[in-house]
Ligand binder design. Sequence first.
Ligand SMILES: [Zn+2]
Length: 152
Amino acid sequence: MPRPPKRRTVDALPQHDYFKPPGAPLSGLEEVRLSVDELEALRLKDKEGLNHEACAGRMQVSRPTFHRILASAHRKVAEALTEGKAIRIEGGRFRLRRSYLCSHCGQIVSGDGTGEADVLTCSSCGSEELVRPASGRRRRRRRRGGGSGGRG
Ligand SMILES: [Zn+2]
């Protein structure tokens, strides 16, 4: 029986979501679509150099699942590089890792993805008084004043 795929936890949204060979006209250019969680797998494994277990832990998935995500990402990137295709990064099943604000020193503390602020302490001053930053990154969109996408 198919079960709904679990969401993978990612640290941040990509800063750039489109890559294409220089000079290639957009029309007629083939694209591969890399999901945000696939990019995160590449980042953790290939850029940060974490092992599979650590990567899986960061993304809150099993190791076989992580392996699958990574293999798919490798295949797509290789396809784009060797065949001169553009890469569009979008979509996927993921959620952003929550971050908290230390009300003592103002440090931003990354959550572990489970949303349990009360088990975290500030990495800077050790305080346990962490609050959610008052940024409106919620599921529900406010009807007014939506567009300010400033993060960080
Ligand atoms: Zn602090």
